[in-house]
Design a protein around this ligand. Structure first.
Ligand SMILES: Nc1ccn([C@@H]2O[C@H](COP(=O)(O)OP(=O)(O)OP(=O)(O)O)[C@@H](O)[C@H]2O)c(=O)n1
Ligand SMILES: C[C@](O)(CO)[C@H](O)COP(=O)(O)O
Length: 254
């Protein structure tokens, strides 16, 4: 890969897939379960493959799945994609390990990386392009997110009532609050260093932006879309399936 001083930063995708999907359940992790006939991960791979700005795509896989038929099938189908045994015990470790491999492979440190949850199959090339355009125009990292629309209630460790009920402790103002989605787009080396330091410090990092914020950055929020929701609980599955069906119908792509 070129390292000339005139190198125009390129964009790369990184999909962490080493989660166990404990809240979702099932005999295999949710990102490999069939959604509308194909593994959930395939939707994100296709969205990035169809986005001309994306040069390479890297997938962080749990080492225990590297030799599975599942992976063999996906690697045969998505030939240009780099499937790496870089999965770690937490999402941020999976991302950090994969970034290290990307840097070691010779991708320039100043290139951009878009980290995207395999559990968000509703991502589209249009949303990816919107993020890339905004971040490149500002030359600052950013993420897709949506403003909070519901009233927010806080509970406390003492708010449990009989059964599974909890009581409201207080209402939290939703003004200026956004829900973070992915992709989250940052410079490759700065993100790697931010995650490495955050992990070493034992910080509570739940996304790439929070690692960057700990280093003093103020990432840009670019409006995403509700269809880009994260499939977390079993109830999200049918909703996602309907959203994907209507998206594909309106695209004319299936
Ligand atoms: N050790 C981990 C944990 C999570 N992820 C990935 O991070 C993304 C977001 O995580 P989430 O949807 O919460 O998945 P899980 O961690 O698998 O879910 P749970 O917390 O319910 O176990 C997913 O693509 C997941 O595979 C990962 O690569 N490595
Ligand atoms: C990165 C993320 O999707 C942003 O909302 C979210 O923080 C991932 O959290 P999870 O608990 O790993 O699903």
């Amino acid at each position: 890969m070129s390292k000339s001083p005139f190198h125009e930063p390129q964009c790369h995708a990184l999909l962490p897939t080493a989660g166990s999907g404990s809240r979702f359940g099932g005999s295999i992790p949710k990102q490999f379960q069939l959604l509308g006939g194909k593994p959930m991960l395939a939707y994100s791979l296709e969205a990035f493959n169809q986005t001309p700005e994306i040069c390479t795509t890297w997938v962080g896989v749990s080492p225990s799945l590297m030799d599975s038929p599942l992976l063999a099938e996906l690697s045969a189908q998505y030939l240009g994609v780099q499937f790496q045994a870089s999965g770690g015990p937490t999402r941020q470790e999976t991302v950090c390990n994969t970034l290290r491999l990307m840097l070691e492979s010779g991708i320039p440190e100043t290139d951009w990386v878009l980290v995207h949850d395999a559990a968000r199959p509703g991502i589209t090339p249009r949303l990816i392009e919107k993020l890339v355009a905004a971040v490149k125009a500002a030359s600052e990292g950013g993420l897709l997110a949506i403003p909070v629309a519901d009233t927010l209630k806080r509970t406390s460790p003492n708010s449990a009532v009989a059964g599974n009920l909890v009581r409201v402790e207080t209402t939290v103002s939703r003004a200026q609050l956004w829900q973070a989605q992915t992709p989250q787009m940052f410079g490759l080396k700065v993100l790697y260093e931010a995650l490495e330091q955050g992990i070493l410090a034992g910080a509570d990092i739940t996304d790439e932006a929070s690692a960057m914020e700990l280093q003093g950055y103020k990432p840009l929020l670019i409006e995403g879309a509700i269809q880009n929701l994260k499939v977390t609980h079993p109830a999200d599955w049918d909703l996602m399936q309907s959203l994907l069906l209507s998206q594909y119908k309106s695209d004319g792509s299936s």
